[in-house]
Design a protein around this ligand. Sequence first.
Ligand code: COA
Ligand code: MG
Length: 305
Amino acid sequence: MRARRALLYMPGDDEHKIHKATTLEVDCICMDLEDGVAQNRKAEARKTIQEALKSINFGGSERLVRLNPVSSRFIDEDLENIITSKPDGIVLPKVKNADQISWVDRKISAIESKSGWMPGSIIILAIIESALGIVNLKEIASSSSRLRGLIFGAEDLAADVGATRTEPGWEVLYSRSAVVTFAAAYGLQAIDLVNTDFLNLEKLRAESLQGVQMGFSGKQIIHPNQVKVVQESFTPTDDQVKNAQEVVAEYLSYQEKGRGAFVSDGKMIDAPIVKSALALLERAKAAGKITIVPKIDYLKLGEGL
Ligand code: COA
Ligand code: MG
């Protein structure tokens, strides 16, 4: 699993911001062709992104491009120009159904095959940001082997359902939860909503930790200020890692003694808690904090093993 703790957008026609992004050690750099670019600058943005993919060293950051929606008049030129420049992946906005992803998947496959690239080398992240997208999550989440993650777009979702955005965000909670749940069901990462208030890092930290608690693996961001807070929030702390390692070790030792549930620090531990500990260790591994996560096959819990 690749860490996608922070996914930083910048307008695709802004060469300076693309360069700047490569200095930030951010997990994902997402050069935008959609809403961050004016209608009359799409061609310019495609050219700038092509040039960037060709000539800039992105270091360890994943090189992503957000295309325009499949239903838009820009998609054919986006695909033609961007896929041939071989980004690591594309972010597909306003995904409403599985057919849209399958269609893009086939287009990418054709270019991969023509270019002699390994099939499936370019990944897809899908933004779910409409009522229909939520309703069709099951089909979308299982639509393509290129799909690595679902991204939740709160602003578009709210506009689509006629909701008014509030500070606590209860109006998008159902959809936010649905995205993280369907992602988990299909082995995908889930990337949480944007916080546009980029000067308020306290609020950003609180919202990031809420995303972690809900099960998101990362968060979309729009400003360099946000990289550190978000990547820190989505990285388990030393104490959490140590505690998870201890829980797993204790669990294994009690299993040998023939006990599934036991008490540690005054609290009951059993399989679901161990499963959460293993998930936390996977996140720590993706973030480069540890190298090994124990494999406990029978902990594919509740699956009759
Ligand atoms: N990626 C990379 N660099 C960025 C950046 C981003 N998203 N946002 C700002 N920067 C750079 C600026 O260019 C500036 O660089 P410099 O110090 O070398 O001149 C520095 O970070 C500080 O920027 P600041 O002056 O605070 O912000 P700004 O007024 O230039 O830009 C926004 C504010 C919101 C317009 C800008 O952050 C932005 O474009 N964000 C992304 C918007 C987007 O892509 N939206 C669509 C997806 S939701
Ligand atoms: Mg959007």
